[in-house]
Design a binder for this molecule. Structure first.
Ligand code: ADP
Length: 367
């Protein structure tokens, strides 16, 4: 019988609530005790009433609501060794022997750190007399299970992250709305979408809305004079009779010298060189808002259930997993590897090896 703590951390994402609900209810169904940890790692560090045993009814209504009802936070203390040690103490005090973290790249990096350091924290707490030898022996290992709650779809080792489908749906709805007014006025629009250092949302939005041009971090323009290439492409479609122009810019877009490409600058180029009446729309937080679409409810639920199964299957030697989805199958892979591969995308871009970045993203980008 396991005591399973659940927290959501980092940027919120639609589908986190269905995932929390699934973990709580699957835990109860499997005769375990779920604990809700409020406000992400901050709740773990603060302890007290931020960690509460959860009943079946505590997650009623979670399936259809966006955001995260158990709260999330950006927690500075957890970035420090001492903060993580306090978190370990609070877990042990509450008798929690497995921790489920639903969060983005940063949160799972923190989870991986906690996993690696766990035995040393327990040893230090015992040495300082903050826990008994009995407790130390009982909690030598902790099973940490990660799930990727992120609108960005930026983690290697899963085709889709929880929240990405909802954010993409929101982007498509917004761009559709923009295009109907653009059409009336023959305007050009430059739309900036979220994604941090990942171009998945921008790429898929561009395909799904029929954009004329796209900028993403993993595949910068091949030429330094990308402005001319962009203007030629847009002008060619206008010459062929199109009344609007749409450029999608990922928030992390860069040129091949790693300089940022910003929506405002793209607008100026179009206005000055082509004389188009050009507007910028930065979609912002509307992308993370609203109810999770079907797929995120499904993904959160299936992965949440699998997280509990992974905990019950684990032996002390089992590496902490991240639950994902590859080729429509729910998967369990080592958390450590997923974090390393994800880090390598950023490193590849940093050394201008864009082909490698695309290759590493290929599970999410498809062909
Ligand atoms: P996301 O999980 O959405 O990527 P952040 O990068 O803000 O969001 O990370 C969320 C939280 O995870 C941070 O506030 C911090 O508490 C923890 N965290 C992130 N990166 C690390 C790290 N390298 N080491 C320890 N904790 C981290």
């Amino acid at each position: 019988k396991k005591n399973i703590g659940i927290l959501t951390s980092g940027g919120d994402a639609q589908g986190m609530n269905p995932c929390v609900r699934a973990v709580v209810r699957m835990a109860i169904a499997r005769n375990c005790n779920p604990y809700l940890i409020y406000e992400g790692y901050q709740g773990l560090v603060d302890g007290g009433d931020k960690i509460k045993a959860a009943k079946w009814s505590d997650v009623s209504g979670f399936l259809t609501l966006g955001g995260t009802l158990i709260g999330t936070a950006r927690c500075m203390a957890f970035r420090e060794l001492e903060g993580r040690r306090t978190g370990v103490l609070n877990l042990i005090k509450n008798g929690i022997d497995a921790l489920v973290v639903i969060g983005g790249d940063g949160s799972l990096t923190g989870a991986d750190k906690l996993r690696a350091e766990w035995p040393s924290h327990v040893e230090a707490l015992e040495k300082d007399g903050r826990i008994s030898k009995e407790s130390a022996d009982k909690y030598r290992t902790l099973m940490i299970v990660g799930m990727v709650g992120s609108i960005d779809n930026d983690l290697a080792s899963t085709d889709m992250t929880i929240g990405a489908s909802s954010a993409l749906t929101r982007i498509c709805e917004s761009v559709d709305a923009i295009l109907s007014t653009a059409l009336s006025h023959q305007r050009a629009f430059v739309v900036e979408v979220m994604g941090r250092h990942c171009g998945w949302l921008a790429l898929n939005a561009a395909i799904s809305t029929g954009a004329d041009y796209l900028f993403i971090p993993e595949a910068p323009p091949k030429n330094d004079d990308w402005e001319t290439a962009m203007c030629n492409t847009l002008k060619a479609s206008r010459d062929a009779g199109k009344r609007t122009s749409l450029v999608i810019v990922a928030e992390g877009a860069i040129d091949r010298n790693l300089n940022p490409i910003k929506a405002e600058y793209v607008k100026d180029v179009l206005a000055q060189r082509l004389g188009y009446d050009t507007r910028v729309t930065i979609l912002g937080h509307v992308q993370r808002g609203g109810a999770p679409v079907h797929f995120d409810r499904f993904l959160g639920t299936m992965q949440g259930a699998e997280a509990v199964e992974a905990i019950l299957r684990a032996t002390p030697e089992t590496p902490s997993p991240v639950i994902g989805m590859l080729e429509n199958k729910i998967t369990t892979q080592p958390l450590k590897e997923a974090i390393q591969l994800t880090g390598e995308v950023a490193a590849s871009i940093g050394r201008k090896d864009f082909a490698r970045a695309m290759e590493l993203r290929s599970n999410a980008f498809g062909q």
